[in-house]
Write a protein that binds this ligand. Structure first.
Ligand SMILES: [Zn+2]
Ligand SMILES: [Zn+2]
Length: 184
């Protein structure tokens, strides 16, 4: 998949809109893309499988802070969680002093994740109406490069995805694949 010029996203009510560009070859597909099962990410996003993607701050425009309804909750000493104060959409994981900002992947637009709806070529069968999609970069954007805080995995539900996994964060942790190693 060719590197897109830009992708767009925003909050549920539309008060917050942003665009991410990919000026450098190495910007695409984003490598800082992980599923985090830590309790803070779960509480903030309301999902058992929260997924964030890191982008250089300079590639995000306008800066999220420029949106009037963008608020931050300081969730720990070094990190804040960004959200829309009108609709409550959980949007970012923001590590203070980092040159990247992590955006919650579900905040990107449907056209980005799934492609544009091709209504002209829709068909119906016993399962309902099928609308083909055109374009979209969901696979490249969303495929997780790692899973962290797998110590919180729900057995049989969130403990067995492809790719490297870490019990806690990636720093100092040793990656495993498949399910968490069992006690010998
Ligand atoms: Zn909003
Ligand atoms: Zn987390």
């Amino acid at each position: 998949m060719a590197r897109p010029e830009s992708i767009e996203g925003g909050c549920l009510c539309g008060a917050i809109r942003f665009k991410v560009t990919f000026p450098q070859e190495e910007d695409w597909p984003p490598q800082g893309n992980g599923v985090c099962q830590c309790t803070m990410c779960r509480k903030h996003g309301g999902s058992v499988l929260p997924q964030n993607v890191a982008f250089p701050r300079s590639n995000v425009s306008p800066p999220l802070e420029a949106n009037a309804t963008y608020k931050k909750y300081q969730s720990s000493t070094h990190c804040s969680r960004g959200f829309c104060s009108t609709c409550g959409s959980a949007l970012t994981f923001d590590e203070h002093g980092s040159n990247t900002i992590e955006i919650n992947i579900g905040a990107f637009d449907e056209e980005v994740l799934c492609g544009r709806r091709d209504e002209a070529n829709a068909w119906e069968d016993g399962y309902g109406r099928h609308v083909p999609r055109v374009g979209g970069v969901g696979k490249e954007l969303c495929y997780p490069k790692y899973h962290i805080y797998v110590e919180n995995a729900i057995p049989g539900v969130t403990d067995d995805f492809p790719g490297p996994k870490y019990l806690l964060g990636r720093e100092g942790g040793k990656a495993f694949t498949e399910k968490p190693p069992e006690r010998k």
